[in-house]
Design a protein around this ligand. Structure first.
Ligand code: GZL
Length: 311
């Protein structure tokens, strides 16, 4: 049968469509789900054929996915690395196959010639912004802080801990009295906050610093169930700016969040398209912004602006 000219054009376009393998960590948080949604949308808009792999938080699954993408001969690989170490050999395999790798939202402890570029925020700065907000909020008041850390060994957990400690250094009235990973999940945040409340019963907890909003939202549930008032008795500061943290702010249950854009794929695909076009080499680190939002910033308007973005 005769193919229409449009069908022929589509075939031609498909013949030149780039194929990109995406090794995603999983769906541990609302932010992670939004990153996946936006990556799929960006690929669709740009005519990129995206091969998606969900590692369910396991590095070995990410390494297997990268090997599979290399075997398929994809044109590029996106990697959101669950932890910072253990990537050198698989990245060398991609390099030998001349397949560019772009890191999304987390960093790796590996030579930077093993990836084309890394798109992400300044994770230390995010922790500093969160800590600075608390310093200003409490003034000279004694403030015993509990901390819900991200996934152990991940660059956000390491760097957000560092940044927050940088900010409170020299303010002896602020002290981190408990710190434990909640693995970036609501369940983890709730369970660890319950243990903090039990361990600290009789002692005042002035604030919670959570490395992401999902752990903060789980902790808010635990604080309410303990008969305390989140956002009042215990100040809550976290990172991501997912829609539900703004709803919590509007209800007086949370106080501040540091925004992390879920659109890492836009800058990643821009860099890849330039590289595919004429070998343009991007900066090694493409930094996204970190903006503080508090209860004073019309939280329900921020909720409305984000609620349909795929969180
Ligand atoms: C940070 C990113 C973190 C988010 C969490 O860059 O890797 O992973 O802050 C997510 O919500 O789990």
């Amino acid at each position: 049968t005769l193919m229409t000219s449009a069908a022929i054009m589509v075939c031609a376009a498909a013949a030149t469509a780039q194929t990109v393998g995406f090794s995603q960590i999983g769906s541990e948080s609302g932010w992670r789900a939004a990153e996946t949604t936006l990556t799929r949308q960006q690929a669709e808009e740009r005519g990129i054929d995206l091969k998606f792999s969900d590692a369910q938080q396991r590095q070995e699954n990410q390494i297997a996915a990268i090997r599979s993408f290399v075997a398929q001969g994809v044109d590029a690989i996106l990697l959101a690395p669950v932890v910072a170490t253990g990537w050198d050999s698989v990245l060398e395999e991609a390099q030998e196959a001349e397949i560019p790798v772009v890191l999304l939202d987390r960093q790796v402890d590996a030579p930077d010639d093993l990836y084309l570029t890394a798109v992400g925020s300044d994770l230390v700065h995010e922790g500093e912004v969160a800590g600075q907000w608390l310093v200003e909020k409490v003034g000279d008041r004694e403030c015993r802080i509990v901390e819900l850390q991200g996934t152990t060994g991940s660059s956000p957990a390491i760097d957000r801990a560092t940044g927050f400690r940088n900010a409170i250094e020299g303010h002896d009235n602020l002290e981190i009295v408990r710190s434990q990973t909640g693995d970036f999940t609501r369940t983890g945040g709730k369970e660890v906050m319950e243990s903090f409340l039990q361990a600290e019963s009789g002692n005042e907890i002035c604030a919670l610093y959570a490395h992401n909003d999902d752990m903060a939202l789980g902790a808010i549930q635990a604080i309410n169930e303990a008969g305390l008032n989140p956002g009042e008795d215990i100040l809550i500061v976290s990172i991501d700016a997912v829609p539900d943290i703004f709803k919590a702010m509007a209800e007086g249950d949370a106080n501040a969040t540091v925004e992390l854009t879920p659109n890492m794929a836009g800058p990643a695909f821009d860099a890849l398209e330039a590289y595919w076009e004429d070998g343009t080499m991007p900066e090694k680190f493409i930094q996204t912004e970190s903006t503080l939002y508090t209860q004073d910033d019309d939280p329900m308007a921020e909720y409305e602006a984000r609620k349909d973005l795929g969180y």
